[in-house]
Design a protein around this ligand. Structure first.
Ligand SMILES: NC(=O)c1ccc[n+]([C@@H]2O[C@H](COP(=O)([O-])OP(=O)(O)OC[C@H]3O[C@@H](n4cnc5c(N)ncnc54)[C@H](O)[C@@H]3O)[C@@H](O)[C@H]2O)c1
Length: 397
């Protein structure tokens, strides 16, 4: 069987999720190419235990030099799971060396980095090199089903899109991790969470956002204690030291937008929305029906069929665990033996390997060009919040 050597750049939260995905994918699916967990990059002083991470997850080699790794003739696919400021340099180096690149979201911390990545991907595509972005929620069977239902016309013309991604982990005890530093992250809840719901609603509706009509950005906690552990200590694990630093990103961003299909939309991302731990949701209302998704109940899709007699109209809860009607489930468990967060990443690893082999993914998978469109919307919302005005996406390039 054909194989591809994978290099993973980063060892944090996503380092674990992706290591699991590369380790599991060929056990559950039968991808046309088998991934080999060749090298993981980690740094002493940044990552708590680089060697231990490599050994635990089954990486054959540990690298302390990402440039040498992503240009090595032995590597075929580079997978980037570092903070956002590193996405562009690592991706551009890997693409120039002819490697396929899978990068975590958001595509980059800044629009300029994202634009350069999209340009580099365009040039590489002409040489047969492929790019992917880990907008993993597209690969939840319930979200993929919503995409299919909209495409089949089940809810008619879309009028409303309402999306929220609410978390509540960022109280004042949390130290100033990279996620609160504009130089490393680009933005806060916005790039972290709105990126997901912009991508997910573009995917489900099949339409582009053309205008951000207004936005609010707020930073509630303006100073945090600097972390005293290694810089790479992940979300929820950082220990605060004595020194203080400035928070330079948002805690929350809300914005209103219009889609090309005429729908109006609202988006809200927050890290201090007490009571919501990982509430990634959308509700889409069309002329013939509606759909609702909440990641905290990720195996379910809510469907309202407005073509049924009025007497029996109501929300139907669809358990999206039946193969082959529900995508990806054929590889997992019998009906209602539910799947979890990590399965989205395994599903995506499967589709990445299919695309590299020249096959179609189960549902469309975003490349750098596609993720650049999401980045333009993110940027438009930041401009809108700063300048208190309506921003058309075609003025953000
Ligand atoms: N797809 C998703 O749902 C999802 C979820 C979380 C994070 N992400 C994205 O994945 C990427 C990594 O996020 P994470 O949650 O794994 O982060 P993390 O803090 O858990 O890990 C970051 C890793 O990056 C490396 N690193 C290099 N320079 C660093 C620095 N200056 N500070 C800290 N770490 C440094 C370290 O190896 C560290 O382990 C980000 O782009 C983030 O937006 C995506």
């Amino acid at each position: 069987m054909q194989t591809i050597n994978v290099a993973l750049i980063g060892q944090g939260f996503m380092g674990r999720a992706h290591s699991n995905a590369w380790g599991q994918v060929a056990k559950f699916f039968k991808p046309p190419i088998r991934p080999v967990m060749h090298t993981v990059f980690g740094e002493k002083g940044v990552d708590p235990d680089p060697q231990g991470f490599a050994a635990n997850w089954g990486w054959q080699n540990l690298s302390t030099d990402w440039k040498a790794t992503v240009t090595s003739p032995e590597i075929g696919l580079v997978d980037i799971v570092t903070p956002n400021y590193m996405h562009a340099p690592v991706a551009k180096e890997a693409l120039a060396a002819g490697k396929h690149v899978a990068c975590e979201k958001p595509l980059a911390g800044t629009l300029q980095d994202a634009r350069e990545m999209a340009e580099a991907a365009r040039a590489a595509k002409a040489r047969g090199v492929k790019t992917f972005v880990w907008f993993n929620y597209r690969r939840c069977p319930a979200v993929a089903l919503a995409h299919r239902l909209v495409k089949e016309g089940a809810i008619g013309e879309i009028r409303h899109v309402r999306a929220t991604y609410l978390q509540d982990w960022a109280n004042e005890d949390v130290p100033l991790l990279w996620r609160f530093d504009k130089k490393l992250a680009g933005s806060g809840a916005h790039g972290d969470l709105n990126a997901h719901i912009i991508d997910m609603t573009r995917f489900v509706t099949g339409s582009e956002i053309v205008e951000v009509v207004g936005a609010i950005a707020e930073t509630f906690i303006k100073k945090r204690r600097l972390p005293k552990g290694p810089a790479g200590e992940t979300l929820g694990a950082g220990t605060a030291g004595e020194e203080w630093g400035d928070v330079t990103v948002d805690d929350t961003v809300l914005f209103l937008a219009r889609f090309a299909n005429g729908a109006v939309a609202s988006f809200e991302a927050a890290r201090q929305a007490t009571g919501n731990q990982n509430r990634n949701t959308f509700e889409i209302n069309g002329t013939k029906g509606a759909l609702k998704f909440d990641f905290e109940r990720m195996n379910e899709l809510q469907y309202y069929d407005a073509t049924r007699p009025r007497a029996v109209q109501g929300w139907t809860t669809i358990m999206c665990t039946h193969a082959p009607d529900h995508p990806y489930i054929f590889a997992w468990w019998p009906d209602a033996h539910i799947i979890g967060y990590e399965h989205g990443f395994v599903n995506q690893a499967f589709d990445i390997l299919r695309v590299i082999a020249g096959e179609e993914p189960t549902v469309p998978i975003p490349d750098f060009e596609d993720a650049y469109q999401t980045q333009r919307v993110l940027e438009a919302a930041l401009i809108s919040a700063q300048e208190r005005r309506c921003v058309r996406i075609d003025e953000v390039k």
